[in-house]
Design a protein around this ligand. Structure first.
Ligand code: 26Q
Length: 824
C-alpha cells in the first residue's frame, strides 16, 4: 500500500522547496523573508524528515507483516553526530538540489545551513561512535535493527580552553529544538527501583518470588529514524527519556504529601539528565547503575511487548530478537530478562535461562582493569534486590559447573565468580555478561586474542567456541562521502560510485599508483581540504598555519594510555632541533591535537595544559615561523572530526601496545589517505597488514615486550640518562620554559614519567623519534608520499562498518537482510 501523499516525498528541488515553505509557515510559524539560518535549518530538516517517514513506516510495516529476526543493539551511548547532511546523502538529495531549494530563500550554500546544526553528544568517544556507525551500516545493509539507549538531556560537555586549561560547559543540545526525534508517549514503560522482594504462593500452589520496588520511573521512547544508503530500510534508534510516575503522584497528593510527590518526580526525571563523561574509568556511581537499569528494562519490555502484539509466543524470543550488549553498560539485561520471564511471564528457570542465553551476546571494549565495571554489593542490593537474587542463582549454577570441571580448585572459582569476594564485595558485570552470552567478542584481532588469553583464559577454556573477534569498522558514507567530498569525486571518477557500498572496490586505485599526473591530482585534492581546515584553525585559535606543511594530527579522548604526552615530547624535540640549528632537511609541520579529558581525571587535564603551554611557546617564537606550529583545537566532536580526518597527512596512533582495544579514528584517517605513525596496538596491527608495512610508520615495543619490561622491573630514569634530547626536553619543562617560568606547573607530569611511567612513554621515546625522522624523509619525496597515501585509501576497504556488520550477522546474530518495498 501507499504510506503517504507521494507529493510530499519528492526528491527534486521544487518538492524540497515546497516542503520547506510549508514547514516554515505551518510548523515553525515563520515568514520566509525574516527566517534565520536556524529557521531554514529546521524547515529543511522537517522536509527531509517527511521523506524519511515513508521509508520508516514501510520498514516497520514490513516487519509486522512478515516477522524477521531483528537486531537489538543495546548501548548506553550513541554518538550519532549531525543528521541533516547524512539523511540528504542517504536519501539521494544532492548538495546541488538542496542548494537550488535554498537559493530561493537567498541562501547560497548548504554549508551555511549545516553549520547551525547542534549535534547530540550522546556518547564519550569510540564506543558511542561505533554504535552510530553500526546503526548506519545495519540500515544500509537492509538488516532490521533497533538501537536502544538513553536520551540524555545533556550530552558530553562542551570544552572551552581558558589559560590553557580545559573548562567544561553543559551541553544544551536540545535548546533550539531538535527536529529528528519522534516522541512516542503511548509506548511508555514502567521501571522499578529499590524496595524489597517477597515470596508468595500463586493460585496453583507454586512458590514464587516477586519484587516490590519502592520507587518508579517512566521511560518515554524518543525515536530517531536511521535511513540506509539509497535503500528503503529505515530503522529506528529508540532513546528513553525518564519521566515521573503518575500513579505515585496521585497517591501522594491524596494523602496530602504534595512535596513528597514532587520530590519523587524530580528524582526520576534526573535519571536521563546527563551522560557520565568519564570514559574508561568506572566510578561505580549509583545514578549510573540506575540509568543502566532504566534503559535496559524499558528496552526489554519493549521487545517482549512487540512479540505479544504480534501474537508470537514468548519461547520464540531468540528467533525474533538478537540482543547485543555494547560493553557491560547494559549487562544488567541478563538479570532483567530473567526477571521479566520468570516473575512476570511465569516461565520456569531453565526455559528462561535458555531464552536468555540464546538471545544475548556481549562485546568487550577494554582490558584495562580500572575500566571493568564493578558494583558495590550493598549498593546493588539496595537498588536492585531481585536482580541480585537472580544473579546469585545464576552464579550458583555456574560455579557448580566449574566445580565439576575443576574439582578442589578454589582459586578458579573465586576468579570466575560473578561476585568479587576480595575486599568489599562487588558484582562483576563482565563475568555476568560472559556467563550468559552465546558469544563474547573483542573489537580487533589483537584485542580479541588478549581477551581470550589474558583477561578470560578460564572462561575461554570452558567455552572455546564462545569467544570470537569482530574487528571494528566505520561508515564510509559519513567518514568519506560526507566528510571528504573532494576525495569522493576523485574516487567516483576512477573507481565508479559503487565504492561507497563496496569499499573493497577501492583496490582499483592501485592501478594509478605510478601515474604521476594522478598522484599530483591526489596531492592537490588533499591540499584543497587542508586549506579549509587552516581557515577553521585561524578562526578558532588565531594561529596561522601553512596548508602546505605536514599536518600531523592526534585527535581522541585524552588518556595516559593513548600517550598524547609522548607526542608532545616529540614536538619539544622537534623545537629543540630547530633551535639548535639541526633543522637541516626538516619539513615544515603543523601538529594538531584535539580531545576531551574526563572532568575528574587530573593527569589528562594536565596533559591538555601541557600541550597548550608548548603551543604558546612555539607559536610565539620567531625562529619557528614557517617551520613548526602547534595547535590544540577545542571541543573535539563529530562535526569537527569531519573537518579534521580529510585534512590530515599523518595519523598519530601511539598508544602503549596492548592498551587500545581497537581504535576507530585510525581507520577514518587511513581511508582519507593519511599515513599512520603507530604502535602494534588494536586495529593498527590490521591496518598495517592491509596497507603494507612499507606504507605505515611502525615504532615501539610490542605487547609482549611491554609485559617483559613490566615483570623485569622498568626504570624510566635510566632511559633519560641515555637520551640527551629527552633529558634536555625534560630539563626545559622543569625550568618552566613552556609555562611562563613556572617550574612547578608540570612537576606531577615529570615526576610521573621519570618515576613510574605506567604507560612506557620513555621506553618508546627513542624509537618514536626514529619513526618521526622516517616520516620526515618520506614527506620530502612528495610523489612517493602521495603514492603511499593513495595505497592507504585503496587498501582500507576492510575497515568499512559494512564489513563489521556482515561479520556480526553471520557469526553472532544469524540475522539477514530484509529488503523493504514501497509500492506507490
Ligand atoms: C563506565 C562506568 C561509569 C561511567 C562511564 C563508563 C564508561 C563510559 C564510556 C566506560 C567506557 C566508555 C567508553 C569506552 C570506549 O569508548 N572504548 C573504546 O571503544 C572503541 C570501540 O570499540 C575502541 O575502538 C577503543 O579502543 C576503546 O577504547
Amino acid at each position: 500500500g501507499c504510506f503517504a501523499d507521494p507529493e510530499r516525498a519528492g526528491l527534486d528541488a521544487d518538492a524540497v522547496f515546497d516542503g520547506m515553505t510549508e514547514h516554515l509557515f505551518f510548523t515553525l510559524g515563520k515568514l520566509a523573508p525574516t527566517a534565520s539560518n536556524h529557521d531554514l535549518y529546521m524547515a529543511l530538516s522537517y522536509a527531509v524528515r517527511d521523506r524519511l517517514m515513508t521509508r520508516y513506516l514501510a520498514s516497520l510495516e514490513a516487519i509486522r507483516a512478515r516477522p524477521h529476526k531483528t537486531v537489538a543493539y543495546l548501548s548506553a551511548e550513541f554518538l550519532i553526530g549531525p543528521q541533516l547532511n547524512s539523511n540528504l546523502l542517504n536519501l539521494g538529495i544532492s548538495k546541488d538540489i538542496a542548494e537550488q531549494a535554498l537559493r530561493r530563500f537567498r541562501i547560497e550554500s548548504l554549508d551555511q545551513i549545516l553549520e547551525v546544526e547542534e549535534e547530540p553528544g550522546l556518547g564519550n568517544g569510540g564506543l558511542g561512535r561505533l554504535a552510530a556507525c553500526y546503526m548506519e551500516s545495519l540500515a544500509s545493509l537492509q538488516v532490521p535493527a533497533i538501537g536502544y539507549g538513553i536520551r540524555y538531556e545533556f550530552g558530553i560537555f562542551n570544552q572551552l580552553i581558558r589559560d590553557g586549561w580545559q573548562v567544561e560547559v553543559t551541553d544544551k543540545w536540545l535548546k533550539g529544538g531538535w527536529p529528528w526525534e519522534l516522541p512516542q508517549p503511548e509506548e511508555a514503560c514502567f521501571v522499578g527501583f529499590g524496595g524489597r522482594t517477597e515470596s508468595y504462593t500463586d493460585g496453583k500452589g507454586n512458590y514464587r518470588s516477586r519484587w516490590i520496588p519502592s520507587e518508579h520511573a517512566i521511560g518515554i521512547p524518543h525515536d530517531v529514524p536511521v535511513l540506509g544508503y539509497r535503500v528503503n530500510t529505515c530503522n529506528r534508534l529508540r532513546l528513553w527519556r525518564a519521566d515521573a510516575t503518575e500513579s505515585f503522584d496521585f497517591y501522594a497528593f491524596n494523602i496530602g504529601d504534595y512535596y513528597g510527590a514532587v520530590e519523587e518526580k524530580v528524582g526520576s526525571e534526573t535519571l536521563s539528565k546527563v551522560l557520565y563523561p568519564n570514559d574508561g574509568t568506572d566510578e561505580g556511581r549509583r545514578l549510573r547503575l540506575k540509568q543502566q537499569h532504566f534503559f535496559v528494562s524499558c528496552s526489554l519490555q519493549d521487545m517482549l511487548r512487540s512479540l505479544g502484539n504480534r501474537g508470537i509466543p514468548i519461547e520464540e524470543f531468540p528467533n525474533h530478537w538478537t540482543v547485543q550488549l555494547n560493553d557491560t553498560h547494559p549487562a544488567i539485561a541478563v538479570a532483567e530478562l530473567m526477571r521479566l520471564l520468570i516473575d512476570e511471564h511465569y516461565l520456569d528457570w531453565d526455559t528462561a535461562w535458555d531464552i536468555t542465553t540464546r538471545s544475548v551476546a556481549y562485546t568487550n571494549h577494554t582490558l584495562l582493569p580500572e575500566a571493568l565495571e564493578k558494583w558495590d554489593l550493598t549498593r546493588f542490593r539496595s537498588l536492585l534486590p531481585r536482580h541480585l537474587e537472580l544473579i546469585y542463582e545464576i552464579n550458583r549454577r555456574f560455579l557448580q559447573q566449574v566445580r565439576l570441571r575443576y574439582p578442589g580448585n578454589d582459586a578458579i572459582q573465586r576468579k570466575l565468580s560473578i561476585i568479587d569476594e576480595d575486599g568489599g564485595k562487588a558484582v562483576r558485570m563482565a563475568n555476568l555478561a560472559t556467563i550468559a552470552a552465546h558469544h563474547v567478542n573483542g573489537v580487533a584481532a589483537l584485542h580479541s586474542d588478549l581477551l581470550k588469553r589474558q583477561l578470560m583464559p578460564e572462561f575461554a577454556e570452558i567455552w572455546p567456541e564462545k569467544f570470537t573477534n569482530v574487528t571494528n569498522g566505520v561508515t564510509p558514507r559519513r567518514w568519506v562521502a560526507l566528510a571528504n567530498p573532494a576525495l569522493s569525486r576523485l574516487l567516483d571518477e576512477h573507481v565508479g560510485p559503487e565504492w561507497i557500498t563496496n569499499m573493497e572496490l577501492l583496490t582499483k586505485l592501485e592501478e594509478r599508483q605510478h601515474d604521476t599526473a594522478f598522484l599530483e591530482q591526489w596531492g592537490a585534492t588533499k591540499l584543497s581540504v587542508k586549506r579549509k581546515l587552516a581557515g577553521y584553525i585561524h578562526r578558532q585559535t588565531g594561529v596561522l598555519v601553512d596548508p602546505s606543511s605536514l599536518f600531523d594530527v592526534q585527535v581522541k579522548r585524552i588518556h595516559e594510555y593513548k600517550r598524547q604526552h609522548l607526542n608532545a615530547l616529540q614536538v619539544i624535540t622537534h623545537y629543540l632541533r630547530i633551535k639548535n640549528g639541526q633543522a637541516e632537511g626538516m619539513a615544515p609541520r603543523t601538529v594538531i591535537f584535539g580531545g576531551k579529558a574526563a572532568p575528574g581525571y587530573y593527569m589528562a587535564k594536565l596533559i591538555i595544559r601541557f600541550i597548550n603551554g608548548i603551543a604558546e611557546t612555539i607559536n610565539a617564537d620567531p625562529d619557528m615561523e614557517g617551520r613548526l606550529r602547534v595547535v590544540f583545537l577545542p571541543d573535539y566532536n563529530v562535526k569537527l572530526a569531519e573537518q579534521i580526518y580529510p585534512a590530515s597527512d599523518l595519523s598519530e596512533q601511539v598508544s602503549t601496545a596492548g592498551k587500545e582495544a581497537s581504535g576507530t579514528g585510525n581507520m577514518k584517517f587511513a581511508m582519507n589517505g593519511a599515513l599512520t605513525i603507530g604502535t602494534l596496538d588494536g586495529a593498527n596491527v590490521e591496518i598495517r597488514e592491509r596497507v603494507g608495512p612499507e606504507n605505515f610508520f611502525l615504532f615501539g615495543k610490542t605487547e609482549t615486550e611491554i609485559m617483559e619490561l613490566q615483570t623485569n622491573g622498568y626504570r624510566p630514569r635510566q632511559i633519560v640518562e641515555t637520551l640527551p634530547e629527552l633529558a634536555e626536553a625534560l630539563r626545559l619543562i622543569g625550568l618552566g620554559h613552556f609555562s611562563n617560568g613556572d617550574g612547578e606547573l608540570f612537576r606531577p607530569l615529570l615526576d610521573n614519567l621519570t618515576g613510574f611511567d605506567p604507560f612506557f612513554v620513555l621506553a618508546d621515546f627513542a624509537d618514536y623519534l626514529r619513526a618521526q625522522d622516517e616520516v620526515n624523509q618520506a614527506w620530502t619525496n612528495r610523489k612517493q608520499w602521495n603514492r603511499m597515501s593513495l595505497l592507504n585509501t585503496a587498501r582500507t576497504g576492510f575497515f568499512s562498518s559494512d564489513r563489521s556488520i556482515q561479520d556480526y550477522c553471520q557469526t553472532i546474530w544469524k540475522a539477514e537482510p530484509f529488503p523493504v518495498e514501497i509500492t506507490c
